[in-house]
Design a protein. Sequence first.
Length: 216
Amino acid sequence: MGAVAAGRPPAGRLRKHHESGRTISSEQQHPASGGQPASVDAPPRPAPIGWRAARNRQRGGAGHGRRGLRIALVVLGLVFFVAVSGWLARFFTTENSERDQILTLLQAEASGDAHRMLAQLGVCNREAACVATVQRDAAGERGTGSLRILALSSPTAYAIQPTEGETRVAWKQGSRLPVVQCVLVHRHGGVLTGMKVDLERISAPIGNTRDCPPAR
């Protein structure tokens, strides 16, 4: 019992140090003369609270910035889509407007109503020759039956700047033979505000194979 077991320090050389909560040997507390103290790994020191808070604020600010940029891009895309959709709607409305106005003019002609024809024609009302042509058209093309447009060729179609030209229109009423006439069309306005269509004058019937003369 007097002998010390190999590999174990004497019982009296172990003490508990309550300050640190760890058990160390006397050799570790008081190293031998000329020796170096045994290495004891110290626990990692926690990062300062202020530094962590600053890092979190930086990360949070960067995240908010990216979210704000994404929202701004989405809003910008929606605005662009709405603007383009509105412009296309006005553009195709203009194309339909020319056909609708010419159809209304021909219906007045087919019913023999010269006054209603002149109400749709701008320049014609200031030209005696044009007024006489309208009166002859209303008297000569008066008929019965449904009216339909057979063909319409417009040199101003899809124009995005002010222009004018003679639109060639072939139409038929009831069982009568087709009629071909030229209608002077004036387009004005702009890309952003939209193009508008005005009818200026109408010609007497021309041959079915003839083209309309250039606008003068």
